[in-house]
Design a protein around this ligand. Sequence first.
Ligand SMILES: Cc1ncc(C[n+]2csc(CCOP(=O)(O)OP(=O)(O)O)c2C)c(N)n1
Ligand SMILES: [Mg+2]
Length: 295
Amino acid sequence: MNDVSAHFHQVEMKPKDFRSEIDPVWCAGCGHYGILSGIYRAMSELGLDPNYTVNISGIGCSSRTPYFVKSYQMHTLHGRAGAVATGTQLARPDLAVIVTGGDGDGFSIGGGHMPHLARKNVNMSYVMMDNRIYGLTKGQVSPTSRKEMKAYTTPYGGVEEPLDPVLYMLTYGATYVGQAFAGNPKMCARLIKGALEHRGFAFVNIFSQCPTFNTIDTANYFKDLVVDVEEEIDLGDVMSAMNRVQQMNHEGKLAVGLLHQSHRATLDEEMSRLIAQVGGNADYDLQTIIDDSRP
Ligand SMILES: Cc1ncc(C[n+]2csc(CCOP(=O)(O)OP(=O)(O)O)c2C)c(N)n1
Ligand SMILES: [Mg+2]
């Protein structure tokens, strides 16, 4: 269980009560609406208190999400949401920490942070709104764009293989990994709820159509390819998830559902343990460490 369990059921709010006073400004038909609805539902089902929840993002259409959710909000630097969220979670482990962001934000400029969130097992939920394009800047390929995509930066088609977000996060030790399609807000809500309940680094990749700048990964394209594989996977076994996802990729399909869940100490737990271990020793107070480190 997550620390937010202390705040579950403290509020009785309907999904719509989690809407902030700011309305989304996304294009008509954007998949991000479905994900936002999944976030509202998950928060409502958990009775998550907005006063104990912080939504953090970087830059992008997807990164506008915190504005639309009743909670504390931080709209930070491009690619740096995970780092800000790590600091926030360590300083305030009693908060539910949610990161929302795009494939460009998380895997291009923020790509260096992702493995570390996973290996450190930072207690947060990372909702990746994967539309396989840079939406906000009007259509450049991202690390999850398909090779054949023609976009602003690839007028003759791409030359690079895309990365697979869930294989990536499984490799680096994320303790909760799920994948969904924005066209199925119920599944989005279920996986986001599970992520919030999970203690540790929870990553949910959500395929999201961008009707304005990504003309190949349409809602129908995703709808036809997604297959719920959750029942076929041994959720505690990373290899089971990796094999099934790879197999689906080879078949040209997209594996969705909860793919992996395991448990180990989180970064804040490790830090508290360490502080308790050395805390009683006056030699270890901060000033002493600073003084000792002077040449
Ligand atoms: C340091 C920096 N570099 C580049 C940009 C320009 N920029 C803004 S959003 C973005 C990509 C957004 O794509 P993604 O994260 O996939 O979000 P989407 O808009 O597709 O939801 C880029 C490159 C910026 N704002 N700051
Ligand atoms: Mg994007």
